[in-house]
Design a protein around this ligand. Structure first.
Ligand code: BES
Ligand code: MN
Ligand code: ZN
Length: 490
């Protein structure tokens, strides 16, 4: 899919379909009525006055053969109230419009920017929404795959936004990769396959990919990661992706992106119930997000070095599996009592965070489908954001807003760390039932040490089974956009 700026207007541009935006309770209600009335020979106004479509969020109106436009179809996407328009809302509106077109053959799609916002800002939101909505998770259907017919997206009324197009197209490619990887089932994407695909990707980009295998992980004394991996016949890996800017990089910041990549999480001996266990194929969404972000970063070439560290294992029960009560020694030297083998993400991240600081990263972000508790706390809309440094936390939050990903700050502190105390080791891998997302983050904090670090719990936002209207079901690619924005902003 190619995105192009186009100098023309909707009534002059030949396209298979056109998308326009409409606000709810527009300051001057006649504005959008009149605009779309003209394009549809009065139809849009009639529909509006009948209350069928009033520009509400998540609503989209499809009109065939709009009389005032050369396009065969016009979709009006509801944006909600103009005063409340955000990046996320515009992205969702653009996505809903594309989903409304459905299987209709659309090779060229013309999109008119909404009235009001800055063109570059709108372009980014729209590309984000259109690219996500045009995907389908049906790669393994042998017949009847949904056709992704959109080849060219013409953005009208956005002259001067070339850089925004370039940036968004790179992010869209990274998100697409992250979604593809996360949608893959456990049998087709064990750790070594994730490593192979990542290495392959790096070949064509200014990225180096290093894969640490089991023996090297032993040599590095990554006892927490190896403990999780030992129950599986699939060997673990640690994927390290490096981007280095050309010339001399600016002093200081070296961004480290750490992503949980459990290619399948059965829970291990503390096994999960079988209902819904299949969703645990996406327990590598954090790793996929960091790999996707590295793809975008390599294309956009920020001025700072970025290193991604992706520990990947399969969490299985079996005769060799780790037992509840086992004590493992992490690379940091700290010992952990594994009270629950299903709290495995934090174990592999512990060793990965230590390793990332050893590689020279000065600022860390990790992304992980870490806890069901974050879903209880925040639902499916916001990613939970934790951090040990206020400035760094604010920087990541600001990037998320620019990137159109919803995140919400969550608490850390001694009251949570205390709950992980155990008489037999330095720290336990679980706390009491309540506040599970916060104790999980408090566990990770031990391994970030004094390095500014942010933890993103994406367990609620990495997968949407029944997405309302704006994107396909399955993996969302969450994190790619914020990580790319962050790297570009530093
Ligand atoms: N991968 C899961 C968390 C998860 C749950 C991700 C739902 C996506 C959707 C994680 O490894 C896990 O099992 N966490 C446990 C922790 C508990 C044992 C302390 C959980 O949340 O139940
Ligand atoms: Mn688990
Ligand atoms: Zn897990």
């Amino acid at each position: 899919m190619e995105f192009k700026l186009h100098p023309g207007q909707l009534h002059e541009v030949g396209a298979d379909a056109a998308i326009g935006f409409a606000y709810e309770e527009c300051a001057d209600e006649s504005t959008w009525d009149a605009r779309w009335d003209k394009a549809t020979g009065g139809l849009a106004g009639d529909i509006a006055s009948s209350n069928e479509f009033r520009g509400k969020r998540h609503s989209a109106l499809l009109i065939h053969r709009p009389s005032g436009l050369p396009a065969g179809r016009l979709v009006l996407a509801g944006c909600g109230k103009q005063s409340a328009l955000t990046r996320v809302r515009l992205k969702e509106a653009a996505g809903a419009a594309v989903r409304r077109l459905g299987a209709a053959r659309t090779e060229t799609l013309a999109v008119e920017l909404p009235a009001g916002p800055d063109a570059g800002w709108a372009v980014r939101a729209i590309i984000d929404g259109v690219a996500a909505a045009a995907d389908e998770p049906d790669a393994h259907k042998s017949a009847g795959r949904k056709e992704r017919s959109i080849k060219t997206v013409l953005l009208l009324g956005a002259s001067g936004a070339e850089l925004d197009v370039q940036r968004s197209a790179a992010v869209a490619a990274g998100q697409r990769l992250a979604r593809e990887l996360s949608n893959e089932p456990g049998n087709l994407l064990p750790p070594k396959e994730l490593a192979a695909r990542t290495a392959h990707l790096a070949e064509d980009l200014p990225l180096t990919c290093e894969v640490l295998h089991e023996q090297e992980l032993r040599d590095l004394k990554m006892g927490a990661l190896l403990g999780v991996a030992q129950g599986s016949s699939q060997p673990p890996v640690m994927i390290v992706l490096r981007y280095r800017p050309e010339g001399k990089s600016r002093e200081g910041t070296h961004l480290g992106l750490v992503g949980k990549a459990v290619t399948f999480d059965t829970g291990g001996i503390s096994i999960k119930p079988s209902a819904d266990m299949h969703y645990m194929k996406h327990d590598m969404a954090g790793g996929a997000a960091m790999i996707g972000a590295m793809l975008a970063i390599a294309r956009l070439q920020p001025k700072i070095p970025v290193t991604a560290v992706v520990p990947s294992v399969e969490n299985m029960p079996g005769g060799r599996a780790q037992r509840p009560g086992d004590i493992v020694t992490t690379r940091s030297g700290k010992t952990v009592e594994v009270l629950n083998t299903d709290a495995e993400g934090r174990l592999i991240l512990a060793d990965a965070l230590t390793y990332a600081t050893e590689l020279g990263c000065t600022h860390l972000v990790d992304a992980a489908t870490l806890t069901g508790a974050i879903v209880v706390a925040l639902g499916w809309t916001h990613t939970g954001l934790f951090g040990n440094d206020e400035d760094w936390r604010d920087a990541v939050l600001a990037a998320s807003r620019e990137a159109g990903e919803r995140m919400w700050p969550m608490p850390l502190g001694e009251s949570y760390s205390m709950l992980l105390e155990t008489p037999v080791a330095d720290v336990a891998n679980i706390g009491p039932r309540w506040g599970g997302a916060c104790t999980a983050a408090a566990f990770l904090q031990h391994f970030a040490g004094d390095t500014p670090w942010v933890h993103l719990d994406i367990a609620g936002t990495a997968w949407h089974e029944k997405r309302p209207t704006d994107a396909p079901p399955g993996a969302t690619g969450v994190g790619v956009s914020t990580m790319t924005e962050l790297a570009m902003s530093l």
